[in-house]
Design a protein around this ligand. Structure first.
Ligand code: SF4
Ligand code: SF4
Length: 376
């Protein structure tokens, strides 16, 4: 496994060896060596907490750049629901349409845009069917946050049977988008590049070294921070034009969105966010608690993906507002009717390729780490 598979990197020039990240890393994956922070690759779960904590911006996200667009005759930008929640609520409300967003990505060089919210609806339905038909261990965990999956593999392998045996919304989106683009253009799938616009390093790690499948359909991952300025500038111009059109009598259509866990309520479910809270809950589950809960969505970031580390310095929806926002957007748009979703489920589409195996964490050197996190 080459170093480029890893999503997190440390910029040795910027690191001052202050140790702030070492104290905050929830899994004790950072050590000081020769006065510089070093990440233990097989302990790190890519939660991105050290990006938030470093006062010297010495944490780098090993992402792809827009230059890689030229490698593909046809390219698709996969937009996560977290980006839509932000754009639709914090910045532009109903002043922009999805077509406006498509135009902005087209100006960056993409051939088309695909909404991951559509895939999240499919994944949510499959999970619901597993729960309703009692085909799985109880409670079932969502498989959408790769940082949580890594954590379970390393620290809580006895709970792996609780992970929903379905691909993540990002992975399902890439497959749906490529299939449709191949039909539309007649191009072979390898000529179509799927680019995920990511709120976090964990998604880049998932695409490069997938846990739920042998090979990811996501070809490239670009950080949302890389395209943020282009999006805001492009949409600001669109909003001005739309306002003018509306004043003149032309109505702009609204932008819909979705959420990471699908939009159909399960009997008893809960969402736990923040890596420290997730660790605490998994510890309690190992002790036999929560057996009456059907489904648990586990998200490494406090407040979920809209608070992903690559988003966190932006004016995203505040954590306290997030539950209400997600609820609001869950019911805003349906992409598939019930019969179509049932057909997808019955055909076993998007099931994970193989059981997830434990991946014991690398042992940290106690002489070189200064740890104040929840556990090791
Ligand atoms: S586990 Fe999280 S905080 Fe620790 S090194 Fe990895 S990304 Fe940084
Ligand atoms: S909660 Fe979302 S943004 Fe945060 S690490 Fe998990 S998948 Fe990434």
């Amino acid at each position: 496994m080459g170093d480029d598979l890893y999503a997190m990197q440390i910029d040795g020039q910027r690191c001052k060896g202050c140790g702030r990240c070492i104290e905050g890393c929830p899994v004790n994956a950072i050590q000081l060596q020769s006065g510089k922070a070093q990440i233990l690759r097989r302990r790190c779960v890519d939660c991105g907490d050290c990006i938030r904590m470093c006062p010297n911006q010495a944490r780098a996200f090993n992402a792809d750049t827009l230059a890689t667009l030229s490698l593909y005759p046809y390219s698709i930008a996969l937009l996560p629901p977290s980006l839509e929640v932000f754009l639709d609520t914090e910045c532009f409300s109903d002043e922009i349409s999805f077509e406006d967003l498509q135009d902005v990505f087209s100006n960056m060089g993409f051939s088309e845009v695909f909404r991951v919210a559509e895939a999240a609806e499919v994944v949510g339905f499959i999970i619901e069917q597993h729960v309703l038909r009692k085909l799985c261990a109880r409670p079932l965990f969502s498989s959408s946050c790769p940082a949580v999956l890594k954590l379970i593999r390393m620290r809580f392998p006895g709970l792996l049977k609780h992970v929903a045996p379905v691909l993540s919304p990002m992975e399902v989106a890439a497959r749906l988008a490529k299939e449709r683009a191949a039909e539309k253009t007649g191009l072979s799938p390898e000529k179509i590049g799927a680019f995920f616009v990511s709120p976090c390093p964990a998604k880049a790690a998932e695409a490069r070294d997938p846990i739920m499948t042998t090979r990811s359909a996501v070809d490239r991952v670009i950080g949302v921070n890389l395209v943020y300025r282009d999006i805001i500038t492009g949409l600001s111009r669109k909003a001005v034009v739309n306002r003018r059109n509306e004043a003149e009598g032309t109505v702009a259509t609204g932008t819909g969105t979705g959420c990471s866990a699908g939009d159909r309520p399960l009997t008893t479910s809960m969402t736990v966010s923040g890596i420290h809270n997730v660790i605490r809950l998994l510890g309690e589950m190992e002790g036999g608690r929560f057996v009456r809960t059907d489904f648990v969505e586990l998200l490494a970031c406090p407040g979920g993906c809209p608070e992903g580390p690559l988003n966190s310095r932006k004016p995203f929806a505040s954590i306290s507002d997030l539950g209400g926002l997600i609820q609001k957007y869950r019911v805003k748009q349906r992409f598939h009717d019930h019969e179509h979703l049932l057909d997808i489920y019955r055909r076993g589409c998007f099931a994970s390729a193989a059981p997830i195996l434990p991946a014991p964490a690398e042992v940290a050197d106690p002489d070189q780490s200064v740890h104040a996190g929840v556990g090791t």
